[in-house]
Design a binder for this molecule. Structure first.
Ligand SMILES: [Zn+2]
Length: 134
């Protein structure tokens, strides 16, 4: 009897801030550098700066669609994204996609606002003409 279990890659047993398993590739200590209790804060930060956290999944499968209604919502999202990248909770790939989405949303919003103002002006101009000729 031979078992045909595919060997699973070793994963860091640590947990992330949100409580989900870390799953980063562990070093010889069995922990990823971030969760290794023997590493100093400086060593950990050095590892992150070297791109150690890029081994994180670059997508968030359960992430909800952003519900942006106002420019303030988008602004919050930009600040939040920046914070998450700084804390190593988000890969820079995902972050740049998010920030691009923020930019695109703002462009659409501004275009919409300009169109609304233009229509209002046109209406105003039309009323004035009517008054002059009517
Ligand atoms: Zn870890």
């Amino acid at each position: 009897m031979t078992e045909t279990l595919t060997p699973t890659k070793p994963r860091c047993p640590g947990t992330r801030k949100d409580g989900s398993p870390c799953r980063a590739q562990p070093t010889t200590s069995g922990w990823c550098p971030w969760h290794d209790p023997d590493r100093t804060e400086a060593e950990k930060l050095g590892w992150v700066r070297k791109g150690g956290l890029t081994s994180r999944p670059s997508t968030i499968p359960d992430a909800p669609d952003p519900t942006w209604a106002t420019p303030e919502d988008v602004q919050r999202s930009v600040v939040e994204t920046h914070g998450m990248v700084t804390r190593g909770e988000l890969s820079s790939d995902v972050a740049s996609v998010r920030l691009k989405a923020c930019e695109a949303w703002m462009r659409v919003y501004e275009t919409q606002k300009i169109r609304e103002q233009l229509e209002a002006l046109e209406q105003l101009a039309g009323q004035k003409l009517e008054r002059r000729w009517g």
